[in-house]
Design a protein. Structure first.
Length: 659
C-alpha cells in the first residue's frame, strides 16, 4: 500500500470517529503528501439533528473552498455527500501546502478539524543496475540518494547471500555513505547482487534498487619492449623497421593507445598500430625520444614508457685544408655529426702512404683541435676518422707549413785528400724553396777573391746547392771555411762547412784480451788519440801461430767494423799466437801496432761420473731403471791464460823478422 493511500485511510478513520461524536472539540493533524500527487480529505458528522449543510472547508487564508465548477482550474475544491463533505487538491505543490480546516457549528459553538497539508519532494536513487569494483582496491558501489533534507534520510544496504538478504553494516570492510557503498580491499567474493534502500524518517517515503556488482582488475603493463630489430637495449639504426610491443593484463582486457611522450604526438604517416604493437617504418633520426604505451579500461589506466635511441652513421661536414707559417698555432677542425656522437680522431698520414702516426698528444689540445707552435714536421696529409657504433667515415686534408730555411747541422767537417773529388753540399730544408749563396771565409783577401771566383763559376755550372772540389787538381788553398747562406721570404739560415785535409789514423796504443777459450779470443781495442782525418771505420788484424812468424810473411787477416765485437774464431787449442792491429778510415789503413801475444786454452773433459748414493746404498747393486737416482761429475780445473804486449828477446826477434 502506498503512503498516499495510508494517509487517506487515516483521515477517513478520523472523520468516521468524529462523525460519531460530531465536533465536540478542535484538533490539528499534519499530513505529508508527495509533491505532484492528489490529496483527498473527508469531513462528516452523524450526531442526531445535525445538518451537514452547515459543514464547510476553508483554506490557509480562511477562504471558503467552493465546489468544483465546470471549465475552471481550481487549486482545491469540495464535494458534498449526504452525510459528509470532502476536500480535493488535484496536484499538491509547495504553493498549495498549508492549513486546511473543516468547520461546523454545534449547539451554538464553532468547531473545526484542521489538516496541515505539506508537499514534499520524493526520495530518488538511480544507480546503474550493473557496476564494477576493482580487485584489491577500495571501490565504490554507486547509489546516490537525492532528498530534500538528506539528514532525515536513512540508507541501508543488503547483499544477496544464497537465498537470503544479509544486512550490511559500517565496519572495516564496508562504509555506507550518501554516494553509495565503499568496499575496502575488494576480493572475488565481493561480487554479487546488492540492494540499496533509502527511507525518509519524517515522511516515510522509501525507495530501493537492486545492483549487480562485478569484479574487474586495474590494467597492469607487464612488459614494454622492442620486438624488432632483435637486439639488446633500445638502440635502433636509422632506416631499420622498429616494432615496439606492449603487453598488459586486466579485467576487462584493456585497450592500447600509443603516443610519443616528449612531443605528445599520437599519429604519424609512418606509424602503424596493430592491437598492442606500434611499428615505425622506416625509422628516421627525428624518431628518437620517449614512447608511452597506455593501457586503459573501465577499471583504470596504466602507462609505461620506453626511450628509443635512433643511431645513424657519422658524416664529416667540414675538414678544410690549411696553409700556415711555422711557429703559429693552427686549428684542425673536423666537424662530424652522428648518433651516438662520433669519436673524432685526427691521424697524421704524412707525405707517404706508409707514414701514418697519431698526432703528438703534447702538441694537440681540445680533442685534436689545436696544434701549438707548428713546425715543418706537421706538414702533410691529415686524416679525420669519425666513428660510432654504426659505422665510420674518413676525410683527408692537407696542412701546408711554410717555414724559413733550416739545416739539420749548422756546421760540418768535410775531409779531403789528394786524388779525391769532394762535393761540398748545402741543401737547406725550406718551404717555399730557398735561394742559396756561397762564400769562402779567410783573413787572406787575395785567397778569398781567388776561391770565391771558383765558387761563382761552380754555382753557375752546377747550381747553387753544392760545390765540387777536385783536390788533385787544385791547390791547398781550397781548404778552409765555406759559408752557405739560404733564404726565402720567411727568413734565412747559415751553414758552415769546414773543408780540411784528411790523414790516415795513427797506430793503436793498446789492445786487451777480454776473454779467451780453446778456439776463440775476444779483444778490446782502444781508439787512437784524436787526429786530423775522417773517423775510424774499423780495424784489421794480422795474426798467426808464434812458431810460424819467422817462417813466412803471409799471415791470416781479420777485419771488423767498429760496431762489431773484435773476436777471432777457429783457432787451435793450447796454442800461442802473435797478433797486431791497424785502424782503418775512408783514406786507408793506419800503421800496424806492436805485437801482442795470447795463448788459447787446452781442451779438457769432465772427471769420471759417480752416482749420488748414501752410505747404506753404496754397498747395494744400482738399479738403472730407478728414476729417483742421480749421477754427477766434477768439471776439470781451468787453465790460466796469459796475454799482453810481448817483451824481451821474443819481441826483439819479431821486430827483426818484420823488418
Amino acid at each position: 500500500m502506498s503512503l498516499d493511500c495510508l494517509f487517506v485511510s487515516l483521515i477517513a478513520i478520523l472523520l468516521i470517529k468524529g462523525s460519531q461524536s460530531c465536533f465536540t472539540s478542535s484538533d490539528t493533524q499534519t499530513i505529508y503528501v508527495k509533491k505532484g500527487t492528489a490529496y483527498y480529505g473527508e469531513c462528516s458528522c452523524v450526531t442526531p439533528g445535525y445538518n451537514v449543510g452547515h459543514l464547510k472547508w476553508v483554506d490557509s487564508h480562511n477562504q471558503e473552498i467552493d465546489v468544483l465548477r465546470p471549465g475552471t482550474d481550481q487549486k482545491a475544491y469540495m464535494e458534498r455527500q449526504v452525510d459528509s463533505i470532502s476536500l480535493h487538491i488535484p496536484n499538491v505543490t509547495k504553493s498549495k501546502s498549508g492549513l486546511y480546516r473543516c468547520i461546523t457549528n454545534f449547539e451554538g459553538t464553532e468547531y473545526s478539524k484542521s489538516f496541515y497539508v505539506l508537499a514534499y519532494e520524493p526520495i530518488t536513487i538511480n544507480p546503474p543496475e550493473e557496476q564494477y569494483i576493482v580487485l584489491g582496491n577500495r571501490s565504490l558501489v554507486k547509489c546516490k540518494v537525492h532528498a530534500e533534507d538528506e539528514s532525515k534520510v536513512m540508507t541501508s544496504w543488503h547483499k544477496v547471500v544464497g537465498d537470503k538478504l544479509a544486512l550490511i553494516s559500517n565496519n572495516e570492510k564496508y562504509e555506507i555513505a550518501m554516494e553509495g557503498l565503499y568496499i575496502s580491499d575488494v576480493i572475488d567474493e565481493d561480487k554479487g547482487m546488492y540492494s540499496c534502500s533509502a527511507i525518509d524518517r519524517e515522511t516515510y517515503d522509501e525507495v530501493d534498487k537492486d545492483i549487480n556488482v562485478k569484479i574487474i582488475t586495474m590494467p597492469v603493463i607487464k612488459e614494454l619492449k622492442i620486438r624488432e630489430p632483435r637486439n639488446e637495449g633500445t638502440n635502433v639504426i636509422a632506416g631499420d623497421i622498429l616494432v615496439m610491443e606492449c603487453i598488459a593484463d586486466g579485467i576487462p582486457h584493456p585497450e592500447y593507445i600509443w603516443r610519443k611522450a616528449d612531443t605528445n604526438i599520437m599519429e604519424n604517416p609512418r606509424w602503424k598500430q596493430e592491437v598492442n604493437d606500434l611499428m615505425i617504418d622506416p625509422v628516421l633520426p627525428e624518431d628518437q625520444g620517449r614512447y608511452e604505451c597506455i593501457a586503459q579500461s573501465m577499471a583504470g589506466v596504466a602507462s609505461k614508457s620506453i626511450d628509443i635511441n635512433v643511431y645513424f652513421p657519422p658524416n664529416i661536414t667540414s675538414f678544410p685544408s690549411l696553409m700556415v707559417v711555422e711557429g703559429s698555432t693552427v686549428e684542425l677542425v673536423c666537424d662530424a655529426v652522428g648518433r651516438p656522437a662520433p669519436n673524432v680522431s685526427i691521424i697524421y698520414k704524412g707525405q707517404d702512404e706508409d707514414d701514418i702516426r697519431d698526432v703528438d698528444e703534447n702538441d694537440v689540445m681540445d680533442n685534436l683541435s689545436f696544434i701549438k707552435k707548428v713546425d715543418k714536421s706537421h706538414d702533410g696529409i691529415y686524416v679525420c676518422n669519425a666513428s660510432n657504433e654504426v659505422n665510420y667515415t674518413l676525410e683527408e686534408m692537407y696542412l701546408t707549413v711554410l717555414y724559413k730555411p733550416y739545416f739539420e747541422a749548422v756546421e760540418e767537417i768535410v775531409w779531403g785528400w789528394n786524388g779525391q773529388v769532394v762535393n761540398l753540399t748545402c741543401s737547406p730544408d725550406s718551404k717555399p724553396p730557398s735561394f742559396v749563396q756561397w762564400r769562402f771565409l779567410t783573413e787572406n783577401s787575395s785567397v778569398a777573391i781567388e776561391v770565391n771566383k771558383i765558387i761563382l763559376e761552380e754555382t753557375k755550372l752546377y747550381g747553387q746547392n753544392f760545390i765540387t772540389v777536385n783536390v788533385s787538381e787544385q791547390t791547398q788553398v781550397m781548404y778552409g771555411i765555406y759559408e752557405c747562406n739560404a733564404s726565402n721570404h720567411l727568413g734565412y739560415a747559415v751553414r758552415y762547412i769546414h773543408f780540411r785535409e784528411g790523414h790516415i789514423p795513427p797506430p793503436i796504443r793498446n789492445a786487451t784480451v777480454l776473454s779467451i777459450k780453446a778456439t776463440s779470443v775476444l779483444f778490446h781495442i782502444e781508439k787512437p788519440d784524436s787526429f786530423e782525418g775522417p773517423p775510424i771505420l774499423g780495424y784489421t788484424a794480422e795474426y798467426d801461430q808464434t812458431k810460424d812468424y819467422n817462417v813466412t810473411d803471409i799471415h791470416t787477416n781479420r777485419t771488423w767494423s767498429t760496431d762489431r765485437p773484435f773476436i777471432i774464431e777457429n783457432l787451435k787449442a793450447d796454442t800461442s799466437y802473435f797478433i797486431r792491429f791497424a785502424p782503418i778510415n775512408s783514406i786507408g789503413n793506419g800503421a800496424w801496432s806492436e805485437y801482442y801475444e795470447f795463448e788459447t786454452l787446452r781442451p779438457s773433459v769432465p772427471n769420471q761420473p759417480s752416482w749420488n748414493l748414501s752410505i747404506e746404498e753404496s754397498y747395494e747393486e744400482i738399479n738403472i731403471n730407478d728414476t729417483n737416482q742421480a749421477i754427477s761429475w766434477t768439471a776439470p780445473g781451468r787453465q790460466r791464460c796469459t796475454g799482453g804486449l810481448l817483451h824481451g828477446e821474443i819481441l826483439s826477434d819479431l821486430r827483426r823478422l818484420a823488418m
